[in-house]
Write a protein that binds this ligand. Sequence first.
Ligand code: HDD
Length: 666
Amino acid sequence: MAAKTKAPAPPTAARRSRSDVGAGGETHQQAGGTHPPLTTNQGIPVADNQNSLRAYGRGPTLLEDFILREKITHFDHERIPERIVHARGSAAHGYFELTRSLRKYTTAKILGEVGVRTPVFCRFSTVAGGAGSIDTPRDVRGFAVKFYTGEGNWDLVGNNIPVFFIQDAMKFPDLVHAVKMEPDRGFPQAASAHDTFWDFISLMPESMHMIMWAMSDRTIPRSLRMIEGFGVHSFRLLDRNGKATFVKFHWRPRLGLQSTCWDEAVKIAGADPDFHRRDLFEAIGRGDFPEWDLGVQLFTEEDAARFPFDHLDPTKLIPEELVPLQIVGRMVLDRWPDNFFAETEQVAFCPANIVPGIDFSEDPLLQGRLFSYLDTQLLRLGGPNFHQIPVNAPKCPFANLQRDGRMQMLQPKGRVNYEPNSLGPDSPRETPAGFPHHAAHADGVKTRLRPESFADHYSQARLFYRSQSEIEQAHMAYALVFELSKVETPAIRERVVGHLRNVDADLAARVAAGLGLERMPPAAKPAVEPIDMPPSPALRLIGKNEPMLAGRAIGILVDEGSDGAAIAALRKAVEAEGAAVKIVAPKIGGVQLKNGKHLPADGKLDGTPSVVFDAVALVLSADGGRRLAREAAARRLGTRCIRPSQGDRRERRRAARARRGRRAGR
Ligand code: HDD
């Protein structure tokens, strides 16, 4: 039965017009400072930002309310379509500085002029998840750098892995469809551990090398500041005579490479889904600017002819033992964007953006990318003028006769918008200093066939696996078992093991045992027999990381009565080594120390578990220790993560020996 309500009194004139009165009539506490007048996008001052214009007190809203309509319209369009891949990203501004000239090989000024600082914008990303997904899934990380050079923008759009899943751009939509959430059910989000991904992989032997990298700890990094970057494809450098030298680009983090283990990555995802973004934001805020060295591998066409693989095949890398890495510059990221959307979201990378002195190779994956990125930006950023968005605009002068289109921001003058012309004495013209293309010899039969030289799918997968340390191999076997155990279709699991048999018999046996397969599946038939290449220790993670604290985060657990002097001394020592300290306490309000002083906390105990730190120190009084020992969150803080190699027999034997030793010592 409808209750009879008393009609409220009509609002007073004062209540309708005063902007400091909320919908409920309460007064807003305005923050201090000077406030410019609030206006519409047309600059019209707004008197009431709380109430829409209505026909009468409780009546319908009027179409005439242009202020409401403008505000809602803008809000409705606040999101642009997210990137189909690499949707979740974090970015920063910085600079690149050349330390060693490559003038002998290239006319590109950015690679010739030592000491010149070129502004950069660098965006890191995961690949599979949506923009709101977690930072720590097992996934490849994008590593895209836009160099705003004096000769135009150069985009090096790479990943933290030097090879790719597929050889030809034709397969990219299939790969991405397979890895993203399954189309009928809408899950899993940001995870490759599901049927469609492994179904595709099991039918694409060319992906085996990248799979080895994807199943290694490289895909669960500790920090974006601790990942490598790779341009993946071969590019060309062109000297002033047009002579070409092939080049592969590498980024090496000064903090060394560090990864989490799977158990940590999973727990971090729960404790802090923004773990990597926050880590980068806080490091830059503290002035701990992350830094990478730029390395190049240079080689000629003749060198390439002697490699036991085709360098134009993006599933292959060039071992550093074959072509050494030369460090030629450094990149420092020292400024967080002012606005996430304007910069990180709207930045548009494109591998086709290169400067004179650098040119593409014929890698068929790169060739497809040259088309895709511009095309994707047209839709994502709404039209052909996205290059005018500040983060995308070159910082050197640019001029041409392209005109109009959606969201045109420029206002060209005059009647000339064509070329050649005789009416525009100041209109832009071609220049002999313009972009030179490598004069490549191109002759042959137009075809859709994969070259024979791309047929070896297993040798480098084997090279990668056999180059790893024992513990890294154990983690890879564990990751394969974990991922394939999420696959519901037994035939897919078996097909993958069939490929692993061509990579390494021991790896295949471990995975088959981990999956509980009753019999070993037949080996996949390779198109060409794999070869054994000499192991490349440079491919390991272990050993690429000095035992140092720099860049790491240390948590200090405190409680009422903790020793302030000990905390201060610890903080000083840790910060002197370049690490960051966070105080964890039972309450966010902090604690009263033994010396009576108050110490604020950075995190509350049960919301700041040990997995978000590289190490945890407990600075507690005897009473505090006893008190916290009763709290589950405190007890968990000291717990080590479960090792992913737990199932490994060797590990279990070692643990049993240690247990026996401990019992004997009691
Ligand atoms: Fe891609 C984005 C890296 C192959 C098509 N890609 C994108 C980004 C990175 C890469 C880092 C994010 C850029 C940003 O931060 O905004 N992609 C790679 C690497 C590849 C690769 C290292 C292989 C070596 N990509 C690849 C292929 C195609 C694309 C073969 C299509 C033929 N990639 C795209 C795209 C994206 C993109 C659909 C989505 C959003 C964007 O471009 O701006 O065009």
